[in-house]
Write a protein that binds this ligand. Structure first.
Ligand SMILES: *Cc1c(COP(=O)(O)O)cnc(C)c1O
Length: 384
């Protein structure tokens, strides 16, 4: 145990110690912490559905109908009519043959990658992919190649000298800490030419991009034929919990038979599935939420530009402000907290060494005044 306390002291010394704030209110634009109110700029509830009355009501009604626990894994007796209906609706929403629910996005990614490839195969991943995608590749035992962020030329070179039986290209759709989009049309062309599968994890694009929230694939007009494996998470824009994989009949049947993170875990509560069905209706219908986000993103970027803030180029609700130095990122985040704003400092290993940043996220429930107040706080920091 002495070993552990030494490690912890070292983390603290490097400004890498992480701690949790205890939230006393529902997820929303205003959070109560320690009895005080904060304006929230760090949640992934981009559309503001986590606390939507229709979603809450669907959850309550379903608890009355189905109870709370699902009782077992999907393959035993935990797969309810609520889960099944949600899968059919997600398949229709994404324009794919079928969809399969997983308990979390982390488990979906681990399960899919480890099912599709193994030792004699190769996985190609963008260097900035989400941790769950990297872990899925490690779990699979396949050869693991990482390419420079969005560098499709380097990817194609790596693939040209690869002789593996199966090749899988994996990418975030919208990069979780940078907010930019993957170059999907090019990736899809390369995948077809190299006879590889392309898998996209669109945790941050679904709901936010595309006319009806179809995500980064809808944004680029790509289909199941272009991107055979799509992973979506339900804890972000959908405001609930869980994840899904969508694709061909064969893909989904294979996952049901083989994906260990699907087979050996308890199904989500049916009430979560029913709440998600209600939120999916809002995702599709409420185009005003996406329009509002576009407006807020523009307003924030313009204000940040006037203050010469070093934002990364991003057209998504994820707006990263580069600080580089880890301790300084924590200092700025703490200063903002004292001013009543919740903005998270993202540090290594979540981002590369020297890449510490503030990850500012916007929600359809923010108002202009929230954005303006945050910019005012940045103006103050700039002066001091
Ligand atoms: C959040 C996230 C996940 C994990 O999803 P959970 O349902 O929270 O486990 C996977 N991939 C990406 C890109 C994410 O941002």
């Amino acid at each position: 145990m002495e070993h552990l306390s030494n490690n912890l002291a070292e983390l603290a010394q490097q400004g890498l110690y992480r701690s949790r704030r205890i939230v006393e209110s529902p997820q929303s634009i205003n959070l109560q912490i320690d009895g005080k109110q904060y304006i929230n700029f760090c949640s992934n509830d981009y559309l503001g559905l986590a606390n939507h009355p229709e979603v809450i009501q669907a959850f309550k009604n379903a608890a009355d109908t189905y109870g709370v626990g699902s009782g077992s894994a999907h393959l035993i007796c935990g797969h309810s009519s609520a889960h099944h209906a949600l899968e059919e609706e997600l398949a229709a929403f994404t324009g794919r043959d079928r969809a399969l629910l997983f308990s979390t996005g982390y488990m979906a990614n681990m399960g899919v990658i480890a099912t599709l490839v193994s030792r004699s195969d190769t996985v190609f991943q963008d260097r900035l992919n989400h941790a769950s995608l990297l872990d899925g590749a490690l779990l699979s035992g396949a050869r693991f190649k990482r390419y420079v962020h969005t560098d499709t030329k380097q990817l194609d070179e790596l693939m040209s000298c690869n002789t593996s039986a199966k090749k899988l290209i994996v990418t975030d759709g919208v990069f979780s800490m940078d907010g930019n989009f993957a170059p999907l049309p090019e990736l899809s062309t390369i995948a077809k030419a190299r006879k590889a599968w392309l898998m996209v994890d669109d945790a941050h694009g679904l709901g936010v991009l595309g006319q009806h929230g179809g995500g980064v694939l809808a944004h680029y007009g790509l289909t199941q034929n272009d991107v055979p494996v799509l992973v979506g998470t339900l804890g972000k824009s959908f405001g609930t919990f869980g994840a899904f994989v969508a694709g061909s009949e064969e893909l989904i049947e294979t996952l049901i038979q083989k994906a260990r993170t699907y087979i050996y875990t308890t199904a989500l509560p049916a009430a979560v599935a029913e709440a998600t069905r209600a939120s999916l209706k809002r995702v599709i219908a409420d185009t005003w939420r996406r329009d509002k986000l576009i407006h807020l993103i523009d307003r924030f970027k313009l204000g940040a530009q006037q203050l010469h803030l070093p934002l990364l180029p991003s057209n998504s609700p994820i707006q990263p402000l580069m600080i580089h130095d880890t301790k300084q990122a924590v200092m700025v985040s703490n200063f903002l907290y004292e001013q009543g704003f919740l903005v998270s400092a993202i540090r290594p290993p979540t981002v590369p060494q020297g890449g510490a940043r503030l990850r500012i996220t916007l929600s359809a429930l923010h108002e202009d005044k929230h954005i303006d107040r945050l910019l005012d706080a940045f103006a103050k920091i700039h002066k001091s």
